[in-house]
Design a protein around this ligand. Sequence first.
Ligand SMILES: [Zn+2]
Ligand SMILES: [Zn+2]
Length: 293
Amino acid sequence: MARAGRPEIARRQFSFDIAPVGPDTRPVPLPPDYHLHTPLCRHASGEPTEYAARARELGLSEIGFADHAPMPEDDFDRWRMPLAHLDEYVEKVRRAQREHPALIIRLALEVDYLPGQEDWVRDLAGRHPWDYFVGSVHYIAPPWAIDDPAMRSEWRKHDPTEVWIAYLERLTQAVESGLFEIVGHVDLPKKFGFLPQRDLMPLFQRLMRGAARRAVAVELNTAGLRKDCREIYPSRALLELAHQEGVPITFGSDAHAIAEVGADLEQAVALARSVGYTHCCRFAGRLCEATRF
Ligand SMILES: [Zn+2]
Ligand SMILES: [Zn+2]
């Protein structure tokens, strides 16, 4: 038999059989990190192939680049790739794939959802064989991006509760649009600590029900731990709600630098498990496959 000639495999299987008695302490593989940026968005550093090398060092088996997608107008803001760089973006990801064949590397975009731009998102979707789109809301009233540190003072000019309500309205539209596989950082307005002054759970419930119905995954985004809110997006209460409603999940570091690849994924995994999740989504060609984590 073929196996008799491969004693190293037999040995590995044997050691696997004698698992320690008591709690399972074997290291658990980290889930895919599906939210990585590149320098083409003009506020991140490190080449995709360097991110991939870091991911391999960490023992990740799968990552995905989801850089800020172009807008129809290149001067919309200063923190995304211009349309002319889209092909270069794809080529950088392809190079990372070529140089790290042992790692699964997905090609994706983080797309801003703005009502009226649905055709633009469909246009982008047709340009390359994407694995998934992360739909995010950073804008309620452009040019104010609610998470932009340079525009933080705008928050003082608004009622935070009203901002949250408008944000959730738009995020729910994004989920319902059918344009995205993943919804990004669902409680992003908490970033600087401006919290709603009344219970918005009914709005979050509407969002999560829409996500469940459309099979749009909510991402556990660890960047929140690195911001003033010091908390993963979404909060535990919102993740519990997502789980109750049957919403799938993904994981992402939202890395804008090599050192942030895979950041705090263990903590995100612990949070997801503690609310009852056992599976997350993997995406290829915009189709989801559930995988254990
Ligand atoms: Zn960014
Ligand atoms: Zn984002």
